[in-house]
Write a protein that binds this ligand. Structure first.
Ligand code: FAD
Length: 435
């Protein structure tokens, strides 16, 4: 029979179950105008990934059919046109994906759900073998690592596709917001994965060193499925260096938050622990300074400016900036979620909201009252101040770790800096930060 392979966030030909096991395949992507404007950065990355996927499919004798409109209506239309016997789509936990899946079934299309968005599908491992989901990471990781993973799917050399289908045009590449964003696509993702495998053994030592910038930067390729998470995990599992093992554990957080989201779909708006979510301060001015990277705390401002410049932020900086907003300024985590979501190339509901709730203490952190001291964090993870000077040019002439506490500089130096002092709302805290 003929299968419609409905691509969503699995924009790759390697390890993609959509492309194997049918007589004929019609690869389809539907551009839903509703998704325009959600994030210019991610929209651009998506379009780059689609262009690359189309090329990779053409190299295998097929094509990527592009349609614009409602994904369910367009899929149904094409299914009728080619007399498809099934529609295959990757299983996903977002509310949008769940609705799409339900509506495809309502159309009486024979829907097959493929694995591939995570290493293990949500629910594949459960605490004590019961029906609940994991809320704490470490026991999840232990089961996850031990579980039987599926074998990865070999990329087919040729893909049989019925002839005579109008491929449809990819619109011209939309502009992003971040000038230094990395480009999308499976080809670029695989190139980076290969390069990363040469560096992975150092990961346990320096993944927290903000200036060294030695993490994989694979997150956006995983977000859009340009890379298969299973393939990335298998590569790490095959390497027994401590670096590869630490990387595998980090990658498991991604699966962890997907299974949290499956069990707790309102993760982006509702606190997981309701009691922890009270008494946030309303402070529009503080929030705006935080967004702009103008809080007067250099390590926080550096992170927030990296976010805008690159559509990405180092994990340590994400922790520091999110903790600063919620625990120091006392501002609600939800506007933080939204601001990150606007810029991040890797932005998705499970990881963004899951990590924000962890940091704000409303989620599944086992130490919800943890409060990062941004200055101590800076001294530890940006010991020479290199990361701050890279992103906060106003401070580029301040040498060494002194850059982390401009309020301690001699008055004569400080007055010459075009850099804000601590926020009004943060003054009391700032007294404490001085020492
Ligand atoms: P590496 O250090 O190379 O890690 C490898 C992979 O492991 C990552 O690509 C990612 O897929 C996964 N990973 C690593 N850390 C985490 C984590 N804490 N949670 C979940 N997965 C992880 N990650 C996202 O993918 N999307 C988000 O929207 C997102 N929002 C975040 C918001 C906050 C407040 C915080 C503290 C973290 C957030 N993260 C998010 C997690 C993490 O910061 C990024 O995954 C990581 O920085 C991506 O860079 P990398 O690929 O170089 O990571």
């Amino acid at each position: 029979g003929t299968r419609i392979a409905l691509f969503t966030r699995d924009l790759r030909v390697h390890d993609n179950p959509l492309l194997v096991g049918a007589d004929q395949v019609v690869p389809l992507f539907v551009l839903d105008p509703k998704l325009n404007g959600i994030s210019a950065n991610r929209l651009r990355f998506l379009h780059q990934s689609l262009a690359d996927l189309r090329q990779n499919l053409r190299d295998r004798g097929a094509d990527l059919v592009i349609r614009e409109g409602d994904p369910v209506a367009e899929t149904a239309r094409l299914a009728a046109e080619v007399d498809a016997s099934s529609v295959m789509v990757a299983g996903d936990v977002s509310a949008y994906a769940q609705r799409r899946e339900g509506r495809l079934r309502d159309e009486r299309l024979p829907v097959e759900i493929a694995p591939g968005v995570t290493v293990l599908p949500p629910g594949a491992v459960r605490p004590g073998g019961g029906g609940a989901s994991y809320r704490v990471f470490t026991p999840y990781f232990k089961s996850w690592e031990r579980a039987a993973w599926r074998a990865s799917v070999v990329s087919p050399r040729t893909i049989a596709m019925p002839s005579g289908i109008a491929p449809g045009r990819l619109p011209s590449l939309p502009a992003g917001e971040s000038p230094d964003a990395i480009p999308g696509g499976e080809t670029e993702g695989r190139r980076r994965l290969r390069a990363w495998q040469g560096q992975i053994s150092r990961y346990d030592d320096d993944h927290d060193d903000m200036a060294a910038d030695n993490t994989s930067r694979l997150s956006a390729y995983l977000r859009f499925g340009c890379l298969s998470p299973l393939e990335v995990a298998l590569a790490a599992k095959a390497d027994d260096s401590p670096g590869a093992q630490a990387f595998l554990r980090q990658l498991c957080w991604r699966d962890f938050y997907y299974q949290v989201t499956a069990a707790f779909p309102t993760l982006s708006t509702e606190p997981m622990r309701a009691k922890a979510d009270t008494e946030w301060r309303y402070d529009e001015d503080g929030l705006q300074h935080w967004r702009d990277g103008m809080t007067g705390v250099p390590i926080v401002d550096a992170g927030m400016r990296q976010l805008r410049a690159e559509g990405w932020m180092h994990n340590r900086a994400r922790l520091i900036t999110a903790s600063f907003l919620t625990k120091h300024l006392g501002i609600d985590w939800r506007p933080g979620v939204q601001w990150f979501f606007r810029w991040l190339l890797d932005g998705d509901v499970p990881n963004n909201s899951g990590n924000w709730q962890w940091t704000a203490g409303t989620g599944n952190d086992t130490r919800p009252f943890r409060k990062f001291n941004p200055i101590r964090q800076a001294q530890r993870f940006d010991a020479e101040g290199v990361y701050v000077r890279r992103y906060v040019p106003e401070l580029k002439d301040i040498d060494g770790a002194a850059v982390h506490q401009p309020w301690r500089l001699p008055d004569s130096v400080r007055r010459g800096l075009d850099y804000p002092g601590p926020l009004e709302s943060h003054r009391d805290e700032a007294v404490w930060l001085r020492d």
